[in-house]
Design a binder for this molecule. Structure first.
Ligand code: NAP
Length: 340
């Protein structure tokens, strides 16, 4: 049985706790921490976990075997470093951090410790439809990939959270930056940010939608769209154009296509929890099984560093209105063997 401590029990923290409690038989949540006292109290009560007021005490606690970090991005570095220091397996939600420098410090600390303990929550790698798209590309059926069109649309960011232009890049596009290089097994060369006309459905200074064009080292061009106030639904798409054909991400929508009253319709997901429900399940189950078997599986600190570094360059491209050459370091040997 794996005893887990969780730091941050907001939207995704609660979801992970519920999944572990109800669907994963070889793990349980024993301690939680959150700066939001009312969240902490209600989660502790519901799941019978103890509240630990000091997150560092939670990480160091003798009865905590592994840690999940689901608080906000800017605290990920502090807590992952503390877990690495304790040599405890740690699952940290994406982005690993907002800055490439912070990710580099995390990578260096893990490499110095000599043991991989960190997994980053890029859960799309555990999604059936992405896995099947990757298998199709690798089968060679569509020939060499030449172009990718990727789209990330949401109804609106959660609650009263005020998403900033930079957060669309470092927090949301980060998923795209990670999953695409994983899909085609290639590294990026340059990025260009594009700022289209803004939606009138946002009443503060926030650029939405946004686009970015990435070029890989072999010359594949990828256009990413992120539109977080798209209103109509949560809609993730990806199409890979190859020399011999194209492959499109299956929208694993379970609803039927309805033809009625002169209309043909199909429902669209309303949020990320629905769309990636199974991916989150698979990600957590494999993480728990990996930890119990003594290995850290899934996206690693280097993957977190690459996404943060690409996001930084994307923000630079926006500010300087030019294409920016990417300068992230090659994969350290330490992480090569743990590529998923
Ligand atoms: P959220 O609902 O705001 O929850 C975050 C919780 O962490 C809040 O209760 C917050 O308390 C608490 N917190 C903030 N700073 C803390 C600290 N220093 N120590 C302990 N607790 C702290 O946010 P969320 O949507 O769950 O997102 C959390 C993280 O998960 C983010 O990094 C986000 O990018 C990631 N995420 C990933 C996915 C995915 O698809 N993989 C999806 C959603 C979110 P306060 O209310 O006091 O700030």
């Amino acid at each position: 049985m794996l005893n887990i401590g969780v730091i941050g029990v907001g939207e995704i923290g609660k979801m992970h706790i519920e999944k572990i409690t109800s669907r994963i038989s070889n793990a349980r949540i024993i301690r939680i921490n959150d700066t939001n006292e009312s969240y902490a109290i209600s989660v502790a009560k519901k799941y019978g976990a103890e509240i630990e007021k000091d997150p560092h005490a939670l990480i160091a606690a003798n009865d905590v075997d592994a840690v999940i970090i689901t608080c906000w991005d800017q605290y990920h570095e502090e807590f992952t470093l503390a877990a690495i220091n304790e040599k405890k397996p740690v699952f940290c939600e994406k982005p690993l951090s907002n800055t490439a420098d912070a990710c580099m410090r995390i990578m260096n600390a893990e490499m110095e410790s000599g043991k991989r303990v960190l997994t980053v929550g890029f859960m799309r790698r555990f999604d059936k439809s992405y896995i099947s798209l990757k298998e199709t590309i690798e089968s060679g059926e569509i020939g060499e990939p030449l172009l990718i069109h990727a789209q990330h649309r949401n109804v609106a960011p959660l609650g009263d959270l005020r998403f900033t232009t930079e957060m669309s890049i470092s927090n949301s596009l980060a998923h795209e930056f990670d999953v695409t290089r994983w899909l085609i097994n290639e590294e990026y060369e340059s990025i260009q940010f594009i700022e289209p006309k803004r939606t009138r459905n946002v009443n503060y200074d926030y650029s939405d939608p946004q686009m970015a064009i990435l070029r890989t080292k072999s010359g594949v061009h990828i256009d990413f769209e992120v539109f977080l106030n798209a209103r109509y639904g949560y809609d993730i798409q990806c199409e890979v154009v190859g020399e011999e054909g194209t492959a499109r991400l299956q929208d694993s929508n379970r609803s039927v296509t309805l033809r009625r009253n002169g209309l043909c319709s199909q429902s669209v997901y309303s949020n990320w929890k629905e769309r990636f429900e199974e991916a989150y399940d698979n990600e957590l189950r494999q993480w728990v099984d990996g930890v119990l078997a003594g290995e850290a599986i899934g996206p690693n600190a280097w993957d977190g560093y690459v996404a943060a570094s690409v996001a930084e360059s994307c923000i630079k491209s926006r500010l300087e209105r030019r294409t920016v050459k990417l300068d992230y370091i090659n994969c350290p040997k330490f992480y090569e063997k743990s590529k998923k």
